[in-house]
Design a protein around this ligand. Structure first.
Ligand SMILES: [Zn+2]
Length: 351
């Protein structure tokens, strides 16, 4: 998850043209040449004496088709996306594919290996607020820059897979930016969300100037005019088998929808009803403390409902947390400590 802060404000549609990213050559060279191949590579990221790496797999199908990118591990403590992509890498063969898949199995290797929620331990920055990144910045800036140039700029479809981080309880959903001046791309993202079978499809408002830093990987891809969407599945720093399976099924369904997956599938998913949520209410933590709540992600809440309460470290109740809106809990802090200003609940609803 990424703690999205929506900045309200209307920007005329005429300003909403995309920026064209500079294309990185490492992935282009892996995409060229004979089809029906798979190549794994590791891009090295050096920062003074420190070093990290960005692993990338390119699967070239036999026939031409869309370039579809799949990224996991932008937040390295979100394990179900990482494990789902590990399994997809074992299962998907070039002969199953039309077009090209660019797969980043773990975008933030240091966060993953060092078990660090939200941030890269090399520089304490959140990779998902660093886009488009910079080739001359810190480790996180450089990784964001590589993903922007090598992955996003070489793709037509971009899927960034997240889940609840170490402390986040999350309801699985698919999300995209409702970029109205990119009707075809936004429409395809929405349709892929519906076909994913995850059941909840969330749209965020898009009001970014071309010169604004996109911050989020998903928003960077939307800004560059791609069909861009995220899967959010998994929670609380563990690997839930059902969420791994849900992510894999969603990815296969999306690849079928875009025409990238051409192999027969033995098991077709049953059709789930889809709930669309186009508004989000972010309930902030009002003060540091210990948070108590009997609510979970996926629970429905009403306006003025008590969502939980905060105590101090002596157990004294400091205040109740009250909902301002009626909707469904998309994610919440699912562990006791809370810090002022954090997103305590994200409540989704439709308007
Ligand atoms: Zn995340």
């Amino acid at each position: 998850m990424k703690f999205i802060i929506i900045i309200a404000g209307f920007i005329g549609a005429g300003f909403l043209s995309e920026i064209k990213g500079q294309k990185g050559q490492a992935v282009i060279s892996m995409m060229s040449g004979v089809g029906n191949s798979r190549k794994d590579t590791v891009l090295s990221v050096k920062i003074g004496a420190m070093q990290t790496r960005l692993p990338i797999t390119v699967i070239n199908g036999r026939d031409k088709g869309p370039v579809f990118s799949i990224v996991a591990g932008v937040h390295g403590y979100e394990y179900p996306p990482v494990i789902a992509v590990q399994e997809l890498l074992k299962e998907i063969k070039p002969e199953h594919i039309r077009g090209t898949l660019i797969i980043v199995p773990v975008a933030n290797m240091e966060s993953f290996l060092k078990r660090t929620p939200f941030v890269n331990p090399l520089d304490q920055k959140n990779l998902n607020t660093a886009f488009p990144g910079s080739p001359t910045g810190t480790a996180t800036d450089k990784i964001a820059d590589l993903i922007t140039r090598e992955v996003i700029s070489n793709s037509e479809i971009f899927l960034d897979i997240h889940g609840g981080d170490a402390n986040e309880d999350l309801l699985p959903f698919v999300c995209y930016y409702n970029r109205k001046d990119k009707h075809n791309q936004t429409g395809l993202a929405r349709e892929m969300g519906i076909k994913s079978q995850i059941g909840y499809v969330v749209s965020y408002p898009y009001n970014l100037y071309p010169s604004d830093p996109a911050k989020y990987a998903l928003k960077q891809a939307a800004q560059q005019g791609l069909t861009a969407l995220s899967i959010e599945a998994g929670k609380l720093g563990t690997v839930q088998r059902e969420n791994v399976e849900m992510i894999k099924t969603a990815v296969y369904n999306m690849l079928v929808e875009t025409g990238n997956y051409i192999a027969k599938r033995s098991k077709q998913p049953s059709i789930k009803p889809v709930i669309h949520l186009n508004q989000q209410d972010y309930v902030r933590v009002p003060e540091d403390g210990i948070f108590y709540s009997s609510l979970r992600s996926g629970d429905k809440v009403k306006k003025k409902q008590v969502l939980g309460y905060i105590t101090d470290e002596f157990g004294n109740k400091k205040q109740d947390i009250i909902s301002d809106s009626e909707g469904i809990i998309l994610y919440k802090i699912g562990t006791p400590p809370v810090n002022k200003g954090e997103t305590l609940f994200c409540i989704g609803y439709n308007q």
